[in-house]
Design a protein around this ligand. Structure first.
Ligand SMILES: Cc1cc2nc3c(=O)[nH]c(=O)nc-3n(C[C@H](O)[C@H](O)[C@H](O)COP(=O)(O)OP(=O)(O)OC[C@H]3O[C@@H](n4cnc5c(N)ncnc54)[C@H](O)[C@@H]3O)c2cc1C
Length: 389
């Protein structure tokens, strides 16, 4: 049966009344762009001057969107999700660290996550960001096709080795690696490196997935080119589809540097390309593996309907639906209840280090994006339903 995304009983079955009320307070606060702006500004300032705010953050926004500060803490959340047939993508969410020693230190964290994932029933994926292993400005230089000097070439080789170490361990342990997409002005080297890894490790099944941001008007064509490349070179394409998280930044940079914005002219164009990309992937499922990363109900429903129309098993090994932990449980839990493959992105890491991730979630959940209204409405409906019982 197709899922019903307005079934709040299923959506919030894992949440107590108290937890739901806390979530309601958080989403209501984030719903105000002014409050969010002030909150983000204050948090940045408080962290810079080392005010003791970790406790407040940990019991509010961190609790909503993160699995814990350590992998062991995240494991408890993963086990809880497993009880509802929901899988997990372990995401060591530390961002914004620069320096060779930090990049080297990150590798064993990911190897540990892979080893742990392989010991669990419901953790088929981990996710990585190439900026967790490479200097941002090196990626910028590569993207701009500027020539690298000898030491930069060695530096890039070290980045490649780090990613290769992770992908090799993942393939050995039967865990899949999702490579996140980032800002468009560093994306070419990320794509090239990910293509290389897919070619090396995806010969039998997709262990490595690239991410396609359909809010960029070039990406639908790029997805199709990536598929053709995979066919020619005889590997499976791993295709993680998202709309894209850096719209304001992309537009602001394009305006500042006076080049045409790479972002679609409006939301409808992003939606159209997203849904067409899902369609394209489902039509070519024999030769690719699809990861549908979205909180958009319509896109999820269209994908589910297409699976029904094509008589595909809901647990088709090449299709996963995914939402972020703490968001759109109405989609995740209802899809899982009907037997679809679902996995939640579950970031973990020290509070201070996951702040960039939390700030993106806060911004995404302001009323501008329209997400808060839906989350709040669903939480209120569920609280009312429980009260009537
Ligand atoms: C599992 C998962 C993994 C993710 N991984 C990544 C990643 O690797 N890289 C990344 O960048 N993001 C990632 N995201 C975030 C994602 O790109 C979106 O920002 C977020 O999911 C909101 O889009 P939506 O499809 O869920 O839904 P919706 O709420 O329907 O769409 C909102 C999105 O539409 C687009 N949009 C909104 N307004 C306009 C406009 N005026 N013009 C053009 N486009 C517009 C923007 O992309 C916006 O984020 C991930 C999300 C999920 C759920």
């Amino acid at each position: 049966m197709l899922p019903e995304f307005d079934n709040t009983e299923v959506a919030f079955s894992y949440r107590s009344n108290a937890a739901l009320k806390q979530a309601r307070f958080l989403f209501a606060s984030m719903g105000s762009p002014t409050l969010t702006k002030i909150g983000i500004g204050f948090t940045k300032m408080a962290m810079a001057i080392k005010l003791p705010i970790n406790g407040i953050i940990k019991s509010t926004i961190f609790k909503q969107f993160c699995g814990g500060e350590t992998m062991e803490e995240a494991a408890e959340t993963a086990t809880m999700l497993g009880k509802y047939h929901i899988g997990v993508i372990l995401d060591y969410g530390v961002e914004g660290k620069e320096g060779e020693s930090e990049f080297d230190k990150a590798v064993p964290e990911f190897l540990k996550a892979i080893d742990f994932a392989s010991s669990q029933q419901n953790i088929p994926f981990i996710s990585i960001k190439v900026t967790g292993f490479s200097r941002f400005s090196l990626l910028e230089k590569l993207h701009a096709k500027a020539e690298l000097n000898a030491s930069e070439l060695e530096e890039w080789q070290r980045v490649e080795n780090r990613i290769d170490t992770i992908c090799a361990r993942a393939a050995e342990k039967n865990i899949k690696v999702l490579v996140d997409a980032e800002e468009s002005w560093i994306q070419d080297p990320i794509d090239e490196l990910t293509d290389k890894m897919m070619e090396k490790y995806n010969t039998q099944k997709a262990f490595v997935y690239n991410t396609f941001q359909l809010y960029l008007h070039s990406r639908l064509a790029f997805l199709k080119r990536s598929f053709t490349r995979a066919q020619e070179r005889k590997y499976l394409l791993g295709a993680k589809l998202v709309r894209g998280a850096y719209m304001e930044k992309e537009r602001a940079r394009a305006a500042e540097k006076n080049y045409p914005s790479p972002v679609q002219p409006d939301k409808q164009h992003s939606d159209n390309d997203y849904n067409e990309a899902v369609d394209f992937c489902i039509e070519n499922l024999e030769n690719l593996e699809l990861f549908i990363g979205t909180h958009n109900e319509k896109s999820c429903m269209l994908a589910a309907q297409k699976m029904v129309a094509k008589n595909l098993n809901f647990k088709h090994p090449h299709i996963y639906f995914s939402q972020l932990f703490g968001m759109s449980d109405n989609i995740s839990f209802n899809l899982a209840q009907q037997g679809f493959h679902v996995a939640k992105y579950l970031p973990y890491g020290p509070v201070a280090d996951v702040m960039p991730y939390l700030m993106r979630r806060a911004q995404e959940n302001t009323s501008v994006a329209g997400q808060t209204g839906r989350e709040l409405g669903l939480i209120n409906t569920e609280l009312k339903r429980r009260k009537l019982l």
